[in-house]
Write a protein that binds this ligand. Structure first.
Ligand code: SF4
Ligand code: SF4
Length: 366
């Protein structure tokens, strides 16, 4: 019966069962799910925390490594800087020694010989190291000059690298071209520079330019902060094929430099000579005598202007009529002269903007 009954229920009873099964599957117990999720979450927290701790430890170790690497790097940068400074100071010591050695070594032949074509100047520069702002009007005698150049040419076999015809202002000499001609005659292979402030170049007559061309004179002006029509001068030089080369660089204007003397002459001559940029370099030729610089041969103008008596003795120069040969001249120029004791080289300095002289002794004192 029962089975019948069941049977009687027929397919309808099965359907209900199936339905109830189906409901069980699609409607999970939310609490169980919640607990399950929370479990998972808590487990993941525990797991993550371990991971975090591990990562943190690794990071801390990395930081320690980084800090120590940084310290090592900083240390080696410092060491490098110390080494670089030591190298720089070694380099400047070597350069100084090298420059001292150059001054105290006789030249193989004279590289530069300076000659005044005028003692005075049309510019009035502060602390001029030729004392030309203090000098009265004066020119070398052309006959004496010819004789001196002939003797010098014989002594040197015509082997002088370069002449600087200068001053003072050389163009104040109305007979410049005669001096060009004599210099070229006795020194056919040397370079001859006309070293000028340029003020009088524009007004030079045609025969001046022709003489420059014939005697292969190069014009080397210094640019002072004064009005000079350089365009016209450049054109003139182009027209006559004469090299025009500015001192240093055409854009640089002259600044002022203070040449400081010690009136008592109490300094060490060798020390002064060794540090002097003029020594055995700006060799000066005046009245048949050669000096190692421009200071000693022109100190007479300082003495006269300021009632001083910084003496020049016969052992401060070499007389070309007494020198037995070129070798003796070159040897002489590579040694300090007694006058070096008056030059306070350690105090010589650039003082910036170019300025004019008030013709005061203070321009040459500390
Ligand atoms: S520095 Fe030159 S331009 Fe100036 S006063 Fe002396 S010689 Fe003349
Ligand atoms: S006298 Fe001596 S130290 Fe003075 S400028 Fe001449 S060479 Fe240099």
């Amino acid at each position: 019966m029962q089975s019948n009954h069941t049977n009687n229920m027929g397919g309808g009873g099965n359907k209900l069962e199936n339905l109830s099964h189906h409901c069980k599957e699609t409607k999970p117990n939310p609490l169980a799910i919640f607990i399950k999720d929370k479990k998972r979450w808590i487990l993941s927290l525990v797991k993550n925390s371990k991971q975090h701790q591990k990562l943190k430890a690794e990071l801390a170790q990395l930081q320690i490594n980084l800090d120590s690497t940084q310290l090592k790097l900083l240390d080696s940068i410092k060491q490098n800087q110390i080494l670089q400074n030591q190298l720089k100071s070694q380099e400047s010591k070597i350069k100084l020694q090298d420059s001292k050695l150059t001054k105290l070594t006789p030249q193989s032949y004279l590289r530069i010989l300076e000659i005044h074509l005028a003692e005075h100047c049309n510019l009035n520069c502060f602390s001029c190291n030729h004392f030309s702002q203090l000098a009265p009007k004066g020119f070398p005698d052309i006959l004496q000059f010819k004789q001196d150049m002939e003797r010098l040419s014989n002594l040197t076999f015509g082997l002088v690298g370069r002449f600087h015809l200068m001053g003072g202002e050389p163009l104040l000499n109305p007979n410049c071209k005669d001096f060009f001609q004599v210099t070229r005659k006795y020194f056919p292979k040397s370079a001859i520079w006309l070293v000028t402030n340029g003020i009088l170049l524009e007004s030079q007559p045609k025969d001046f330019w022709e003489s420059c061309r014939e005697n292969k004179i190069e014009i080397h002006p210094t640019k002072y902060p004064i009005k000079v029509n350089w365009e016209v001068i450049e054109q003139k030089c182009k027209d006559f094929g004469i090299p025009l080369i500015f001192y240093d660089n055409s854009n640089i204007q002259k600044t002022s430099y203070k040449t400081i003397l010690d009136l008592k002459g109490s300094l060490d001559s060798l020390n002064g000579f060794s540090y002097c940029h003029q020594a055995n370099n700006c060799t000066h030729f005046k009245n048949g005598k050669i000096y190692p610089c421009s200071i000693a041969p022109n100190i007479q103008y300082f003495n006269a202007a300021f009632h001083q008596n910084l003496p020049i003795t016969p052992i401060d120069f070499i007389d070309i009529y007494k020198a037995k040969d070129y070798h003796e001249i070159l040897q002489f120029l590579a040694k300090p002269i007694p006058f070096c004791r008056f030059c306070n080289l350690a105090k010589w300095k650039s003082i910036g903007e170019w300025k004019t002289s008030k013709k005061e002794i203070g321009e040459y004192l500390e």
